[in-house]
Write a protein that binds this ligand. Structure first.
Ligand code: FCB
Length: 452
């Protein structure tokens, strides 16, 4: 038995991921309402080049062709998100059936192709009307989210076996509401903390709804977890790394798996904390079936000589992607091992991992991306080594199936294993696509051989 077959059992889920606002386009069709990202993109100076998701990859119309590509790739599962403003364009009340119809067709096409849908309910495209009414810092948004989850689960609950309530609540809270680099562009620590709490609370409530309306399915949440390494053993550097770990990781992991916020962080945040009502923490800590982990890089953190809590250092000795993100596969391994050890989730999926590079088409029209291929190979190997350490890792999703709208970076950053020519919307599988296809095939063959 080779190493690889031991690491990745025959039922390991190989997948690729994307998200509604990033790939769908069709932003004005079939009754879709405005999302905070439509508004943010329309606000001058917020998104590079004035780009928006209005057309994106036009997945809304081309999903059948894209599913054909997925079949060629040989993936077991496709992770996508549902656009909330397609389902409840007014935030509350009337459900837009045409919006649900789209996901109905999509799910059936996937299942008919032998590809398991992993559905993310919220990947950042809040209906703008809800933002206007207070957004995530307002507790009423949790009630609105309940309605939305009921509508989606009521329609798709018979076929979906894997639900992800939220994608990266830290990013929404801090980058969207705390620092304003993402929609809705607010800049308030209090709003960030209230958002984080309400996202967690709405996750817990969604777990209850999904248990009732989609019996037998597995429910989880996806967090962006990166493993902060202390720049040295000096106590100030160790404390700085612990702060970053508290901000990014423990602030979400502790409530989800222990039903409480981490006390050291709570002490620091206390003056700006939102009201926590009786029962909130119990709702948030409801048992889940899996944890989704998104991981791209792992920071090197030290004390900040200027009095801040922490400072990120640049490593000189590692490769970087086009985002400037350092390639640290060991960080994925160490994070997975640590999460299993400290929180013991029943299962983990890597729901996103991948790299942006400045891809170009060659004279023959092909796109060769050896750096992305190397990145994926190294991170997948690190994930395999985590399984060797006893981590209950059940699947891996490459981000992304195709180039798409990369938030404030617009279309400038390409994460796909399929190249998208935005002028024509033509899809061109990159070298990494063929590498991943061959890797999945050989991994499966080895696992089957080992099992025989
Ligand atoms: C993650 C997001 C995803 C994508 C990647 C590059 O934070 O979940 O939508 O933008 O980063």
């Amino acid at each position: 038995m080779s190493d690889q077959s031991r690491r990745f059992p025959s039922d390991f889920v190989w997948g690729a991921a994307t998200a509604s606002y990033q790939h769908e386009g069709a932003s004005n069709e079939d009754g879709r309402g405005e999302s905070v990202w439509d508004r943010f993109c329309a606000t001058p100076g917020k998104v590079r080049n004035g780009d928006s998701g209005a057309i994106a990859c036009d997945f809304y119309h081309r999903y059948r062709d894209d599913i054909a590509l997925m079949r060629e790739l040989g993936i077991d599962a496709f992770r996508f998100s549902v656009a909330w403003p397609r389902i409840l364009p007014n935030g509350r009340g009337a459900v837009n059936d045409k919006g649900l119809d789209f996901y109905d067709r999509l799910v059936d096409e996937l299942l008919g192709s032998g590809i398991e849908p992993f559905v993310t309910l919220f990947h950042w495209d809040t209906p703008q009307v809800l933002e206007d009414a207070g957004g995530w810092p307002a507790r009423a948004t949790v009630d609105a989210y309940d309605e939305y989850v009921e509508a989606v689960a009521g329609r798709l609950g018979d076929r979906i076996k894997h639900w992800i309530t939220h994608n990266e609540p830290w990013v929404v809270a801090w980058i969207g509401y705390g620092w304003g680099h993402h929609a809705p562009g607010r800049t308030s620590d209090a709003d960030a903390l209230a958002t984080a709490h309400h996202l967690l609370l709405s996750h817990g409530r969604a777990v209850e709804i999904l248990r009732a309306l989609s019996p037998g399915s597995e429910v989880g949440i996806t967090l962006n977890l990166d493993h902060p390494y202390a720049a040295s053993d000096a106590p100030e550097d160790v404390a700085a790394a612990r702060w970053v770990d508290g901000m990014h990781n423990r602030w979400f992991l502790d409530p989800l798996f222990r039903g409480e916020y981490p006390s050291d962080m709570l002490e620091a945040f206390q003056p700006t904390m939102p009201a926590i009502e009786d029962g909130d923490m119990r709702t948030i800590g409801a048992p889940i079936d899996f944890l989704g982990v998104n991981n791209y890089t792992s920071p090197l953190v030290g004390a900040d000589a200027n009095g801040g809590r922490s400072r990120f250092f640049h490593r000189e000795d590692v490769d970087r992607t086009d985002m400037g993100w350092e390639v640290v596969p060991e960080g994925l391994h160490d994070m997975l091992v640590r999460v299993q050890r400290d929180y013991d989730p029943p299962a983990i999926y890597v729901t996103e991992n991948g790299a942006a590079f400045a891809d170009v088409r060659g004279h023959d029209g092909a796109v060769l991306d050896p750096e992305r291929q190397a990145y994926l190979a190294e991170y997948i190997d690190a994930a395999g080594r985590a399984i060797d350490q006893g981590v209950a890792l059940r699947g891996y999703f490459a981000w992304s199936l195709m180039d798409n709208f990369e938030w404030a970076w617009g279309y400038w950053k390409r994460f796909g294993i399929v190249y998208v020519d935005y002028a024509t919307l033509e899809r061109v599988p990159k070298g990494s696509f063929y590498w991943y296809r061959d890797f999945i095939e050989s991994s499966r063959a080895q696992a089957d051989e080992a099992a025989a």
